[in-house]
Design a protein around this ligand. Structure first.
Ligand code: NDP
Length: 303
């Protein structure tokens, strides 16, 4: 069997176009333009790149973005003051604090301060708590897991009644992905670094979501034939010559890198029914879902 490759880039583009049209319709109707505040603390290059991609997406979709870049040594009080100011600002519908924060800051307190109507990342304890409770609805679902479920729905994978296995239990991906699957009536097994017999557990999965940050760890013989495999991992690995030595970038003199997922794509696509590539699978969905959440935040606050 050769799996259907789930084209996250195309599906994300469709979501973005829908959001763009709805944002334009709001403005045409005299309602407020959706606005996202991004808060970056410090100078991590990866975090700065993610934030600038989010700002660019806002501009492309006709939304406003308000950027706040604070120094790495900002105090807890100053950061909390900013969040309170953004909570009170009617032009700001969504607040995104780029994680991770420097170690001296209390992330839990900061996320807990974001007003739940503006919590477009879905990480506030109230939104996560609601996700974990039967019969309660969070206002916002964390963007990456939301993107994973959206991809499954888009290609018509049945979630209800399926055996789902989630590799990873982080607050931002694994755990909320598992909670979403439970909410959709899948039977869910959550695996982590101390799980025994990982390959055996994976072989039971009709749906497998891999979010562990271990390059190409999930092999073809871990997969149940026909399963849907969603690869969240983004890992940089060196590009190798046929003799196993690293390929050197002529301009920089450094080893060339490429991105791979947590899944061994070439092996898994021969067994699975559906699989997401890296790049071009879950990655583009994360920002698309953030934009969808920001539009929703504007609709909630200014109906
Ligand atoms: P974390 O490091 O926070 O969590 C990793 C999880 O994987 C932990 O629960 C850990 O277990 C588990 N784990 C680690 N090693 C193993 C192992 N050998 N076997 C089984 N479980 C293991 O990572 P994130 O959840 O933040 O990210 C996971 C991956 O997803 C990364 O590659 C990241 O870059 C990517 N990512 C992609 C996004 C996207 O937009 N596509 C967004 C966010 C992340 P334990 O709890 O026991 O430590």
């Amino acid at each position: 069997m050769t799996a259907q490759i789930i084209d996250g880039t195309a599906i994300a583009q469709k979501v973005r176009e829908e959001v763009k049209a709805k944002a334009a319709a709001r403005i045409a109707a005299g309602k407020s333009q959706p606005g996202l505040a991004t808060v970056l603390v410090g100078d991590r290059i990866d975090s700065a790149t993610y934030v600038s991609m989010k700002q660019k997406a806002c501009a492309e979709l006709g939304m406003r973005s308000f950027h706040h870049h604070l120094p790495a040594n900002v105090s807890q009080e100053e950061l909390e003051e900013l969040i309170k100011k953004l909570n009170a600002d009617p032009q700001v519908h969504g607040i995104l604090v780029q994680l991770p924060l420097p170690a001296h800051l209390n992330e839990e307190r900061v996320l807990g301060l974001i007003s739940i109507e503006k919590d477009v990342d879905g990480f506030s304890p109230i939104n996560i708590g609601r996700l974990a409770q039967k019969g309660r609805e969070p206002l916002f679902v964390p963007c990456t897991p939301y993107g994973c479920i959206y991809l499954l729905d888009e290609v018509g994978v049945q979630i209800e009644g399926a055996n789902a296995v989630v590799l990873g239990r982080s607050n931002i991906v694994g755990m909320p992905a598992a909670l979403l699957l439970i909410g959709r009536n899948a039977t869910v097994t959550v695996c982590h670094s101390r799980t025994r017999n990982l390959p055996e557990i994976c072989r039971q999965a009709d749906i497998l979501i891999a979010a562990i940050g271990k390059p190409q760890m999930v092999r073809g013989d871990w997969i149940k034939p026909g399963a849907a495999v969603i690869d969240v991992g983004i890992n940089g690995v060196p590009v190798l010559n046929p003799d196993g030595t690293p390929v050197i970038n002529e301009k920089t003199g450094k080893p060339k890198q490429k991105l791979v997922g947590d899944v061994h794509f070439e092996e898994v696509k021969e067994v699975a029914g559906y699989v997401t590539p890296v790049p071009g699978g879950v990655g583009p969905m994360t920002i698309a879902m953030l934009m969808k959440n920001t539009l929703r935040a504007a609709e909630i606050q200014d109906p």
